[in-house]
Design a protein around this ligand. Sequence first.
Ligand SMILES: [Zn+2]
Length: 381
Amino acid sequence: MDELCGASPEQTYLKKTSYTARCARASRYLGGVSGETTTAHRRPRKIPDPVGQQCRSTLRDVDVPHYFRERHVRSGYRPLYRDWRYYSLSLFHWHNETLNVWTHLLGALLVLLRFAQLAQTVDFAGDAHAWPLLILLLSSLSYMSFSAVAHLFGGRSELCHYAFFFLDYVGVALYQYGSAVVHFYYVPREDWHWHRPWWLRRAFLPVAALLCCFSCFGCCYRKYSQHSQLERAHKLGQVVPCAVAYAWDSSPVFHRLWGCLPLCDGDAAALFHAGQVAFFLASAFFFTLPVPERWLAAPHRLLGLGHELFHTLLVLCTLCQIQGSHLDYLGRRALYLHLHGDGDAASFVVLFVAVAISCMLIVIVMMQKMKQLLNSRHKLL
Ligand SMILES: [Zn+2]
């Protein structure tokens, strides 16, 4: 991983001094009232905790490179070039990424629990019609876990930042494809399906797969060009491909809801799909705009930031989507057996693998470009 993230001289020095080892020693010393040497009458000494404090201390935005800074977030940044253990343990400390990590980590655990629950009643191995639901579960797990890893370790160095966030975008693209598959397979009304020419029906998922790759590239390219001053334009470069992909992937959901809201005649699955749309639109709002931090009176507050709300709402969107898709899988079997051929589900799995490989290739190419850019910049310094 050091090769991936580029060990700097400063980092090498810090490794020699074993920063976290000092933290661990300090913690043992300061908290050393347990174990065989402890006696009931001996009280822990109250002494200053300079090393422990250093482990938990964070920096202001002006003390970190500009590509780590979040708009309107003035403090809470972790120092760069510590060892991996430092960033792993920072999961339990308070900094600007703590909630970003935990929201998607807990989300991934919830999806994993739901997966285990569903596996007791759904034959994921033997029933090909359950594979779209399986793709949604796997893609949800991948985007949440990649995101948690990116927020936890992306602050280690410049190359780590780009490598892990590029991986995060692969997870986003996979989740887009997972959404498109369940929406196309279980969700549409019969008239949505048959009122389209056959070639458009056949093209729905290949187009969705292309849009996934396009949004992965758009997100990576926006990160790559973050050195420029055109921040607003680059954010659009990330948001527009994702919005186009979302509109395409969710068109069967919109059509179904259009015909049944607000009550949907007791169609519980449709209500869960309405919930996923509402949560997604709310999450997109907080992703796109730097609110509420723009209006916060306390500029050093790290709780309730827009990106944390975005993560939380996206987890709720995913849980609604899984629930709605599972209800459709159970309740609309006659319809989707009628709409889709026997080999369709298998071809959608192949396309899922193709999307994963294509996005990884995009990330490899973008990482090469990123390394070239950083090398040329370091030569100029
Ligand atoms: Zn995030």
